[in-house]
Design a protein around this ligand. Structure first.
Ligand code: FE2
Ligand code: FE2
Length: 252
């Protein structure tokens, strides 16, 4: 089966507020695990969510520029410090000159190691989370510590009720398989289970995140790897997480 280039897709929209999945080139799988990037736009301003590694930057930039002037991208949100999240930091600071980077206070001191020192505008997210203003939208960072990074956040968009969950909900597609939205949940679980059992540290961390998420009205869960959960699959996914009795160190 030939590898495909997938175009960006608008996941949710309300007035001038848009939540966009930023496309994919299936050939990226040869250079590392496939990743999803997202752009939220509100009132002519934008924020990038986990913009990704070095090799995907060109595609991400091109696709963002289809929707918004890159100078209007005011913020970049990093869920955590992994290379597939922050690896494009250097070109990011050059091509999105007005973006402030939001990252857990645990990781701020590590970012300069990517060689980006001058002109880096960083906001440390405290453990309890913060609000990021983009246009008129107020996006909320949701504590997701230890899942899998010790300083880790999801991001909730209350306008369209989309939860960007970072690595939580990650699925790894076998060669020749790819889809943007989960359809067959039971089958999709097989692609998520190995990651969640090994990379997530323990049941206690998962329970803390689930407590936060239950306070939110969530219509869509969009992870950094794999496929997006909509409608009843949101409920099924949260229920599945709850059913994971032993993960990570619990299994030692
Ligand atoms: Fe990660
Ligand atoms: Fe990741």
């Amino acid at each position: 089966m030939p590898l495909k280039v997938r175009k960006p897709y608008v996941i949710a929209q309300e007035g001038d507020h848009t939540f966009i999945w930023l496309g994919l080139d299936e050939a990226e799988a040869e250079k590392g695990i496939l990743t999803n990037q997202y752009l939220i736009m509100d009132g002519g301003e934008g924020i990038l969510l986990d913009p990704g590694g070095y090799f995907v930057f060109e595609r991400v930039y091109r696709n963002v520029a289809e929707f918004i002037n890159p100078e209007k991208v005011k913020a970049v949100f990093f869920t955590h410090q992994d290379p597939d999240v922050i690896g494009s930091l250097l070109p990011l600071t050059e091509f999105f000159p007005n973006a402030t980077i939001y990252v857990s206070s645990l990781w701020v001191r590590f970012l300069p190691h990517l060689g980006a020192l001058t002109g880096l505008r960083l906001v440390e997210i405290p453990d309890e989370g913060t609000t990021i203003k983009v246009g008129k939208a107020e996006l909320r960072t949701v504590p997701a510590h230890f899942l899998h990074s010790p300083g880790n956040f999801s991001l909730y968009d209350p306008k369209v009720k989309v939860l960007f969950s970072g690595d939580i909900g990650a699925a790894v597609f076998p060669e020749g398989t790819w889809y943007l939205f989960v359809k067959d949940f039971e089958n999709h679980v097989k692609l998520m289970e190995p990651f969640h059992r090994r990379y997530l540290p323990c049941r206690k961390a998962l329970e803390a995140w689930l407590r936060h998420v239950k306070q939110l009205e969530v219509k869509v869960i969009a992870p950094q790897h794999g496929a997006i959960f909509v409608g009843d699959n949101v409920r099924k996914f949260l229920k599945w997480l709850e059913s994971l009795e032993e993960i990570g160190a619990d299994l030692l």
